[in-house]
Write a protein that binds this ligand. Structure first.
Ligand code: ATP
Ligand code: MG
Length: 564
């Protein structure tokens, strides 16, 4: 995109006010804190663009911090994928790569400090009992019978929890706040659980692991984060975030600010659901081009510029909403249109023999790579000869009135070439299917305007039979058939679109595409934007993924005068 869009928002206003007031010495330090339990999706991209964008625009820095406090669900594969995706989006954390696990010692010390101050206690209730005594929004909770243990006993039990004396689930450490608080997060929340698990960074050094709430704000404080930006579901956690900071009283005091997460229609964005799609084989992997993951969108052919632009356009606000998939697709079209060359690809080929064209003649016709701006990227030569292929659905034997393509007796323009007329139809004797057309061409019409009053059908694309390359085209559609698959009555998987992937193995593309490399993008005339698949494409056997179809192509071509 030439000029990326930049909108102001309430977070920018907060930061500008903080800078003006000299808070944090004018510094702006943000972080993006993924939990490494899945691949990043386009919702995360919103958070990445926001956090790294603020750091960029206010001369600050943004940390990448793995929020790896839960050893059960985390995986090195995810860590590597997350780093790759953040880089691909165009952001750089420089030296500032961190892990919550790096702070386990500090967090433990602070927990001891809370115990000493009478602000935390070891509780022997089970997880179920803790849930059952928590109360509701209208009823206060019940105090744990272990709440008033002495500091000495708590210190001793907590030390023994860490030393591995107790089995998983036997005890937890809880903050001692207020079981009657209207905010459920303040009803003695759990800070540590016992889990005899190996952690990818700390190995078996720990068998107690902290909760998100006890780790997050403290990690922010340790790193000197000034503005800790998270999604709205953490709004109710903010009093706890602040309460913990009050207890440890760190030199740098971060401020939590919440914004609305991105919801996208026709997609699911929860990592649990995405994981399920991968695990149960509904998609080919986290990078399946139908997935809303950054790895999937990249393989689909979306550019990082388009995703960044999309993240600007959806704005940052405090009200939850769902963004229409259309907006993403339109942003991608706008991004690709000026920069992707146009070529011809016949999706479902129908053979055409041009009877009055000499048998052994091969002619080269010239085609601009950027028809809207021909001088820019020059011309390429397309071989033209007696046998060509056109799109099967560009022909109808008995067309309705509005059909502007080829039918018996009618003429059409072959893009960048001659006008042909259909003079005959060859059918399969058994099935009656049209298998070949007989045509004649008008030698005076090569790329020439037609005389006033000569009415023909539209302009159609084609490839030379002798020169075209075979290609596989993967036509992708939305993964779900309903706008809100996660919010329906039934399991979200019941709304999977059974035709979200269609594979065309007999497609023919123009010979210039022999040079195409994985990741190269093209606009197939009248069809859509395609990318050479990063994984499955082989030299001589290209596989193209549909990035996004053109919208209402025909109307557009008529408007810009590209049809006669
Ligand atoms: P899930 O709920 O699917 O498990 P998550 O929010 O727990 O996802 P994290 O890895 O914890 O995933 O997210 C890292 C950061 O990305 C967090 O700051 C989170 O608020 C933000 N984020 C996650 N999903 C979205 C979204 N849809 N829109 C904007 N930001 C998001
Ligand atoms: Mg999370």
């Amino acid at each position: 995109m030439s000029e990326p869009t930049r909108f102001s928002n309430f977070i920018r206003q907060i930061i500008e006010a903080d800078i003006a007031a000299g808070k944090n010495g004018g510094r702006v330090v943000t972080r993006f804190p993924p939990e490494p339990n899945g691949y990043l999706h386009i919702g995360h991209a919103k958070s990445i663009c926001l956090n790294f964008g603020l750091a960029r625009d206010y001369g600050g820095r943004c940390h990448l911090r793995f929020d790896d406090t839960n050893p059960l669900k985390e995986d090195i594969e995810y860590i590597e994928a997350i780093k790759e995706d953040v880089c691909w989006l165009g952001f750089d954390w420089g030296e500032h790569l961190y892990h919550a696990a790096d702070y386990f010692d500090q967090l433990y010390e602070w927990a001891v400090k809370l115990i000493r101050a009478g602000k935390a206690y070891v509780c022997d209730l089970t997880a179920d009992q803790i849930r059952d005594t928590r109360g509701t929004l209208t009823e206060p909770g019940k105090e744990s019978p272990y709440r008033n243990r002495s500091v000495e006993e708590n210190l001793d039990l907590f030390r023994r929890m860490r030393a591995g004396e107790f089995p998983d689930g036997a005890r937890v450490l809880r903050a001692k706040i207020d079981m009657a608080s209207p905010n459920l997060n303040l009803r003695d929340p759990v800070m540590y659980r016992i889990r005899h698990e190996v952690h990818h960074r700390t190995g078996d050094r720990w068998c107690i692991y902290s909760t998100y709430d006890w780790a997050h704000g403290q990690s922010d404080a340790i790193e000197g984060i000034t503005h800790s930006i998270c999604t709205l579901e953490f709004e109710d956690h903010r009093p706890l975030y602040d309460w913990f900071l009050d207890q440890i009283d760190p030199p740098h005091r971060p401020r939590q600010i919440e914004f609305a997460r991105l919801n996208l229609s026709f997609a699911v964005m929860s990592k649990r659901m995405l994981n399920e799609l991968v695990r149960d084989g509904h998609v080919s992997g986290w990078d399946d081009p139908r997935m809303p993951t950054l790895a999937g969108l990249r393989r689909r052919g979306y550019t990082s510029e388009a995703i960044r632009e999309f993240c600007e356009r959806i704005r940052v606000a405090r009200a939850d909403s769902t963004v229409d998939m259309e907006l993403l697709e339109n942003t991608v079209r706008e991004d690709l249109n000026p920069r992707v060359p146009r070529v011809m690809a016949v999706h479902r080929p129908l053979k055409v023999v041009i009877e009055n064209y000499p048998e052994d003649r091969v002619e080269e016709v010239e085609a601009p790579n950027f028809p809207d701006d021909p001088p820019r990227m020059g011309l390429r030569k397309l071989p033209f000869c007696r046998v060509i292929y056109i799109e099967r659905d560009d022909f109808m034997e008995s067309p309705p009135k509005k059909f502007h393509r080829l039918s018996p007796g009618r003429e059409v323009r072959l893009r960048w070439s001659y006008v042909i007329q259909c003079t005959g139809v060859v059918k399969d004797e058994r099935t009656g299917e049209v298998v070949e057309l007989r045509c004649t061409y008008d030698p005076d019409t090569l790329n020439a305007p037609l005389p006033e009053g000569r009415k023909i059908g539209g302009t159609i694309h084609w490839v030379s039979a002798a020169h075209a390359l075979k290609a596989t085209l993967r036509l992708y559609d939305r993964l779900f058939t309903v706008p809100n698959p996660a919010g329906g009555e039934a399991d979200f998987k019941t709304y999977l679109n059974p035709s979200s992937l269609q594979v065309l193995q007999e497609a023919l593309v123009e010979p210039s595409l022999a040079e195409a490399r994985p990741g190269d993008r093209f606009q197939f005339e009248r069809k859509g934007f395609y990318v050479v698949d990063l994984k499955d494409s082989q030299p001589g056997m290209p596989v193209f993924n549909l990035i996004v179809p053109l919208r209402d192509t025909w109307a557009k071509m008529v408007k810009t005068g590209q049809t006669e």
